[in-house]
Design a protein around this ligand. Structure first.
Ligand SMILES: Nc1ncnc2c1ncn2[C@@H]1O[C@H](COP(=O)(O)OP(=O)(O)OP(=O)(O)O)[C@@H](O)[C@H]1O
Length: 347
């Protein structure tokens, strides 16, 4: 069994609750991204799962087996977990093959088997032929691949990644994203992946867990956190968009009619709220039109291939973000048609 369960997991450092009563299941074979701003508790959660920290309250279980509660701890080396860090944590005086072979040597695996397994994992990470290279002769991306190979060689059914791409440039990041996807497919391991990069989380994971101030805000598929964020913090953190005040006036067949700036639009909602609500409008659901909400252009920035424009609605402080094929002039009067909106729960 390689599913992970954390139950009301809390970690306090002095007075700070780095993690505050978080409960979450990581099903066998799932790929979960822990996403959130700096200091939200992602790394603390990962370290508690790995066994580098002990919980203040709550429990960590692998399958039915208790790994940690405030009284008892299974040590990290007995958990059968592979960890890949941002800093690679390689041995600089060893070559690539020696670094990758290290976990097998520590377990006294036979020499012939070590060579075969090292060759196989170097092949997976695209580093065959690099066996004798020294670590300092490798690029950042290659070093991260060595760290990945060293983690894979141990055949762990749980792999934890702590911002593994944070030190790499954009081009390398995207090629490594492909490598991680491939590794998940090949190994079927349960993966927990810490990142503060939402694009990376949406591209890689089958589930995204968004955290803020030590609490879990939402855990759902990438599509769901984008389309139906659980609150305004998640909405602001995932993707682009604007949140506007509106009044819900009617509810039918799972959709709600809301009024924004005197115009009626149809929005999706979790629970059919009535009265004042907050509505998330993504740029792809907005289009300049001859009719629709009146707005004034505040600015228009070329993002390639489109211009991203900020528009002011008549009510003070209400703004929209829209993509336009053409540049818009500041102060220009436009109208905006809305094809979709999401009423933020509890907003
Ligand atoms: N060993 C420690 N001692 C004291 N405070 C700590 C310790 N480790 C973490 N913290 C605090 O706990 C909170 C959560 O830290 P954590 O490293 O889990 O956040 P994070 O979401 O991983 O952030 P980042 O993306 O910056 O790595 C922060 O306020 C941090 O300062």
């Amino acid at each position: 069994m390689s599913d992970i369960r954390v139950e009301r997991l809390t970690k306090r450092f002095n007075e700070t609750a780095a993690l505050n009563a978080v409960s979450l299941d990581f099903p066998t074979g799932s790929f979960t991204a822990l996403l959130g701003p700096s200091g939200c508790g992602k790394t603390t959660m990962l370290r508690l799962i790995a066994g580098f920290e002990a919980p203040s309250e709550g429990r960590v279980l692998f399958g039915e087996k208790l790994m940690a509660d405030p009284q008892r701890q299974v040590p990290p080396e007995a958990r059968g977990v592979g960890v890949v860090f941002q800093s690679y944590a390689l041995w600089p005086h060893m070559d690539v093959a020696e670094n990758v072979a290290y976990p097998l040597k520590a377990r006294h695996v036979k020499q012939g088997e070590i060579a075969a397994r090292v060759g196989a994992v170097l092949e997976i990470v695209g580093l065959n032929g690099f066996e004798k290279r020294r670590i300092e002769e490798l690029s950042g991306g290659q070093r991260q691949r060595v760290a990945l190979a060293r983690c894979l060689v141990a055949d762990a059914s749980i792999i934890l990644f702590d911002e593994p791409l944070a030190n790499l440039d954009m081009h390398l990041r995207s090629s490594m994203v492909d490598a991680f996807r491939d590794i998940h497919r090949r190994t079927g391991a349960t993966i927990v992946y810490v990142t503060h990069d939402q694009a990376e989380a949406l591209a890689l994971a089958d589930r995204v867990a968004i955290m803020s101030h030590g609490r879990l805000l939402q855990a759902a598929s990438p599509q769901e956190v984008y389309r139906a964020p659980a609150d305004a913090t998640v909405a602001g953190f995932i993707g682009r968009g604007s949140i506007v005040s509106a009044v819900a006036t009617g509810h039918a067949n799972g959709t709600t009619t809301v009024e924004i700036a005197g115009h009626r639009i149809t929005a999706r909602s979790a629970c059919g709220q009535a009265g004042p609500v907050k509505v998330l409008l993504r740029p792809e659901a907005l289009r300049l039109s001859s009719e629709g909400m009146p707005a004034t252009v505040l600015d228009s920035i070329y993002r390639g291939p489109v211009y991203e424009a900020r528009l002011a609605l008549p009510e003070p402080g209400q703004e929209l973000l829209i993509d336009s094929a053409e540049a818009l002039a500041v102060g220009q009067k436009v109208r905006v048609a809305v094809s979709d909106g999401w009423i933020i729960p509890g907003g």
